[in-house]
Structures are given as structure tokens and as C-alpha cells.
Design a protein around this ligand. Structure first.
Ligand code: ATP
Length: 308
């Protein structure tokens, strides 16, 4: 994706509202074997409410039920028990699909079409008029940074490029709700940052986004709330900032602290019987360091003295 991530014009909607977009009530899925015998309880009595304008993360180890949840919400699977409602309607009702975009974990796009043809195919499925389709395809291809490869067949695409065209496809109908299965998998750090910025922009446009991911820093960066599943059970649910806040520790950050000032601070803390856990310099994340170096190298090509 290029820096020119212009998003297709859609009305700016307010951020998170109280409107519930996805609701699950004791949602349960038991996969059966060939003989109809219960084989795997993939999801057990899941209760969730996801509101308009949220970025909601589904986390959990392999086999914990994330994809099953997404498929139930999409109406691709029937629940064994309980209900999944999307926009207030049963998830299995097909009319809701017009308001949903889905990026599956594995690409199912036709490999012998190029990016334009792929999006044109999906635009036709949504009965988009020719000119609207053309404009939308241009906007989306630019948005995901594939302009340079728009006429190349998808079989020549790298994993990261495939992820980008998958996202463009998921956005073709300007959906209100986006379900993204592992949106950053296969992307390099710059592509990952751009995908995350894009997800945030889509949220700012009022879209509701549900994403599953194993890449925890990505989830931490973009998600407002998360659910953690384990063997089909909901184990944790809440706002990311609240779940990650260590309640009984406080951090002070100050610039230009002199040794005298530090000594006084230590003395004050000691006087109040406060246990000083650490005095340290903040560090960049590896992502920040990497992006700084790449951006600097783009601005100033040529030799760069390491650690400068
Ligand atoms: N079609 C199926 N038939 C039988 N069992 C299935 C089927 N699909 C998934 N399962 C089982 O259901 C459980 C949950 O699977 P699911 O794919 O929802 O997990 P996940 O959290 O998405 O995993 P991953 O992180 O590996 O994608 C697993 O034990 C899996 O083996």
C-alpha cells in the first residue's frame, strides 16, 4: 500500500454508538462426524455484543473457535444452540450480506483474473452500475496500494499482495460491517502498519470491524475491545486499555531529569514507603525503529551509518 491511502468517499459516521451490530446469545457449535455423532464442541455458549463503530478483536490459540464464530456470524454455519444476530436479524438471513464485507483467512479468489477483473466480478455480484463499479475499483485499488499490479494475474501475487486485494474485495460493496480473518498475516512491517492505519480509518468512517489475529501487537494497536477464547469458551472480554492497565503501578515520564531531581524523587518515594520498581529510559518498539529507518532511507537513499 502506498502512503496515498485515499478511502472511497462514504459518509462520515460518528464513532462507537450504542447500536448493537452483532449479538450472540449462548451461541454454540458442535461439529458432528460422518455418523452425526458429536465430535468437537468448537464454541460453547458465547454471549457477545459488538457495537457500531468498534474494532473488536477475537483472540485465542489455534482451534479455540475464532473462525467458527466468524462463520456463524456470517451465516455460513448453523448454530447447534443459541443465536447469532447481525443488524438485529438472524445471521442466516441472506439480505444482511449486502451490508457485510469478509476477508477470509485463506484467499479463495480466482487466480487467473487480475485485480481489476476480480473487483469487477464482485461489483457485478452486487449489481453495481458500470460507472460506479469502475470508480469504486479505481478507488479501492489505489487504497490498497496495488495500482502498479492492477493488471497482473493474482497467481503472480505475493501473500501480502493477496491480502490487499482480498481487503479491496471485502470493501467493494462499501459494507457497514467488516469481518477480517488474520488481516495482517503475510504483510511486511510497512504493509502491516498501512493495513492497521486503514482499519483505523475505516472505523473512523463509522464501520464496525471484527478481526481475528494471532499477531497480538497488531490487535493491541487497533482494537477497542477484545474477546479471548480458549477451547470454545469465552475467557476474557473487555476494553484493551482497561485489560492491559496494571492497576497498582504508576509510571511517571519526565524530560531532562537532573541527577539532583532524581535523587529528590527517590527520597520522596522512600519517605512515603513507596516501593520503587524501576527507573529506566523508554524504548521504541521494534516496529517504530524499523519504520523510522525505512522512512529515513526513502527520504535519503544511499549509505546510512548504522546506529546513527
Ligand atoms: N468442519 C469442521 N469439522 C470438524 N471440526 C472442526 C471443523 N472446523 C473446525 N473444527 C474444529 O473446531 C475447533 C475450533 O476451530 P476453529 O477453526 O474455529 O478455531 P480457530 O480459533 O479459528 O483456529 P485457528 O487459529 O487455527 O484458525 C477446532 O478443534 C477444530 O479442529
Amino acid at each position: 500500500m502506498t502512503a496515498a491511502t485515499t478511502l472511497p468517499a462514504s459518509p462520515v459516521r460518528p464513532a462507537t454508538t450504542d447500536e448493537v451490530v452483532i449479538e450472540t446469545r449462548t451461541l454454540t457449535k458442535v461439529y458432528k462426524d460422518f455418523w452425526g455423532r458429536a465430535k468437537v464442541r468448537a464454541l460453547n455458549a458465547l454471549d457477545l455484543e459488538i457495537r457500531r463503530g468498534e474494532i473488536f478483536g477475537l483472540l485465542g490459540p489455534n482451534g479455540s473457535g475464532k473462525s467458527t464464530t466468524i462463520k456463524l456470524v456470517l451465516g455460513l454455519l448453523f448454530p447447534t444452540n443459541g443465536r447469532a444476530l447481525v443488524f438485529g436479524k438472524e445471521a442466516t438471513e441472506v439480505t444482511k450480506n449486502e451490508r457485510i464485507g469478509y476477508l477470509p483467512e485463506e484467499s479463495y479468489l480466482y487466480k487467473f483474473l487480475n485485480a481489476e477483473e476480480t473487483l469487477d466480478f464482485y461489483g457485478r455480484l452486487f449489481n453495481m452500475p458500470s460507472q460506479v463499479r469502475k470508480d469504486r475499483i479505481n478507488e479501492l485499488i489505489n487504497m490498497v496500494g496495488l495500482n502498479w499490479a492492477r493488471r497482473r494475474q493474482l497467481r503472480e501475487y505475493s501473500k501480502g499482495m493477496t491480502r490487499r486485494i482480498g481487503l479491496a474485495q471485502a470493501l467493494i460493496n462499501d459494507p457497514e460491517l467488516l469481518l477480517l480473518d488474520e488481516p495482517t498475516s503475510g504483510l511486511d512491517p510497512i504493509g502491516t502498519r498501512e493495513m492497521k492505519d486503514l482499519i483505523l480509518k475505516l472505523r473512523d468512517q463509522g464501520k464496525t470491524i471484527v478481526m481475528s489475529s494471532h499477531l497480538l501487537p497488531d490487535v493491541q494497536d487497533v482494537c477497542d475491545r477484545i474477546a479471548i477464547l480458549h477451547q470454545g469458551e469465552l475467557k476474557e472480554l473487555g476494553r484493551v486499555d482497561e485489560l492491559l492497565t496494571v492497576q497498582d503501578v504508576m509510571q511517571l515520564r519526565a524530560r531532562n531529569v537532573t541527577p539532583e531531581c532524581e535523587a529528590e524523587l527517590r527520597a520522596v518515594l522512600a519517605r512515603h514507603n513507596t516501593e520503587l520498581l524501576a527507573v529506566e529510559r523508554p524504548t521504541l518498539s521494534l516496529e517504530e525503529l524499523f519504520l523510522n529507518i525505512v522512512r529515513e532511507s526513502e527520504a535519503r537513499p544511499g549509505k546510512r551509518a548504522p546506529n546513527s
